[in-house]
Write a protein that binds this ligand. Sequence first.
Ligand SMILES: [Zn+2]
Length: 376
Amino acid sequence: MHRHNVALLMRLIARSAPVSRVELARRCGLTKATVSSLVGDLIDAELVRDLGPGPGGGPGRPAGRLVLDPYGPASVGLQFAADHIAGVVVDLSGRPVARQVRRLDVAALEPAAASRAAAPVLRRLFEDATAAGRLIAGVGVTVGGLVREPVVSWAPALGWREVDLRALVNAELRAVDLFGVDVFVAGEVPCAALAEYQAGAAGDWLYLGGEEVIGLASLDPAAPIAGDLGHVPVRRRGEPCPCGGHGCLELYAGRSAMAAAAGLPGPGPSRLLGDEDALAARIRQGDKAALRALDRGADALAEALLPVRALLAPETIVLGGRLGGLGESFRRRVQDRTGPGLTLRPAKLEPDAAVRGAAGTVIARLIDDPLAWMAG
Ligand SMILES: [Zn+2]
């Protein structure tokens, strides 16, 4: 009961900050005395901070404004992509406070070698966090692909199959003298969806995105579903796909496929490295082949969304990742082709959504069970 109440308050503060103790008591049905006592424990554990009375408070005893403690425990996100390893430290609200990116041909490395290459990234992030006096609550790791935690079942852009990524990252944490830090592994699309949710996409239903894959994930952490849309067949007698199927969406709207259809030599560097997406640049210049590739990709995506509409009947889908970065004309075309009743909204976050969300998985666990952290 105690564990449940602490978690309930933590969730309410995460969702409604800044919020007063009186408002919390009203919302969760606990007495004001109980709320004050539990909030006191959360403040002592540096999970919650009282900002004091807000401007323009009413008469009488001013109400404190409670927020998740921005100086409380932090979490590390780590992302393996084909051409880089990215890392980030986020605070309890999901806000990045330190970043690292290492350009590297990860796709050419074995998983163990890639993990070793992540060690200096992790070390620098931990040093930044420690210098700022923050404790690390855990490490969230993400890749583009299918993950059955802690195992990466298939990461096509990396060529990884059945890799126990948690064990590999744990070994590197021990190598840099970091013991007892929890490691979680998740796919880039659910991570990006979580980051969008933590950045305020509440109320929307589904997230469609991915930099190296095309995936769907729910924007409601209470109903976590995630799926690979890239290998939904959209052409009945289409070309064979590396997954073993035929005519998959990936062959028409995937990163390499769209670049090839636009006559580009390759998909170019990841968006997170700061370069403009090669295809997006051609589209902006009005290049005919690029516009045709855009239309073909949009039509294929709209087709792949038909079974999603039939199964889940979402009212809104947030379009993020690489496809979201293709701009308004792409989003509008997919929207027009899927028909009325479904709104595609642009995502809020930049290409760092997945790595932020990887760190966010640790924060989400902490918010769901603050006592586990407080007792640890
Ligand atoms: Zn396929």
